[in-house]
Design a protein. Structure first.
Length: 236
């Protein structure tokens, strides 16, 4: 039996015992997305980022198999696709973004979503890495060099093969130029799950060429996704 939650907000300047300005928000049978307010105008006009792509991904989910959300951010893919999968494993290493992800999952009452506070990469990257934070909403953070760094924090990197997951139907990868290294560390997992479909983002085509060549070595074919100039589908 799962617990229903509500949000209580109180003034920061008044005593805890003062209940005059309390606000209560309760969610019943809804998906709840905790999202960065600096993008509020976009969400009001367009809904979730990549909403058509998330809807399209439903066809690759299987209620008897897993969905892996690698670079989950605040969980829009994880929360939206959870009802169509046996379990969801959501990987998000940035601390505050991870807390946002967890809050969204709890408020959505999704017992089949497992939030994991680390990033994925290759064996050589395993351990502590420095995450370069480049935006106020958690988007674009990367362990690779950038010129527009706002902040830094230490994160843990593991390989997907270390997670010992199998029976996967879909993997989404959005890890800001680390896609190639995630796939290097996922070779046995992909093989064990009979090469599930992979939806992935590529913004740096130098990294992109290596990523696509590696996927082809694994036996995948690469397809452009209509309407997105930086998103691709890998399938066998």
């Amino acid at each position: 039996m799962s617990t229903n939650y509500f949000i209580l907000s109180k003034s920061r300047t008044l005593e805890i015992t003062n209940n005059n300005n309390n606000d209560y928000v309760e969610f019943n049978n809804k998906n709840v997305y905790i999202l960065p307010s600096n993008n509020l105008s976009y969400y009001r006009s367009n809904g979730l980022f990549e909403n058509t792509l998330i809807e399209w991904c439903k066809q690759f989910c299987d209620k008897n198999k897993l969905f892996l959300d690698i670079g989950a951010h605040s969980g829009t893919y994880s929360i939206s696709l959870a009802p169509y999968c046996k379990q969801v494993y959501s990987f998000e290493p940035q601390r505050l973004t991870y807390y946002t992800l967890c809050g969204s999952v709890v408020l959505s009452k999704l017992e089949n979503v497992f939030c994991l506070p680390y990033g994925l990469g290759s064996i050589e990257q395993s351990g502590i890495q420095t995450l370069n934070i480049v935006s106020d909403d958690g988007g674009g953070s990367t362990i690779h060099a950038r010129d527009d760094i706002k902040n830094k924090e230490d994160i843990v990197i593991k390989t997907l093969d270390e997670c010992n997951l199998s029976e996967i139907s879909l993997i989404k990868i959005d890890v800001e130029d680390n896609e190639y290294y995630v796939l290097l560390g996922a070779k046995e997992t992909l093989k064990r799950s009979n090469y599930p479909k992979i939806v992935f983002e590529l913004n740096n085509m130098d990294v992109g060429e290596k990523t696509m060549n590696l996927l082809k070595e694994y036996g995948y074919k690469i397809h452009d996704i209509t309407g997105y100039d930086n998103m691709y589908l890998a399938s066998v």
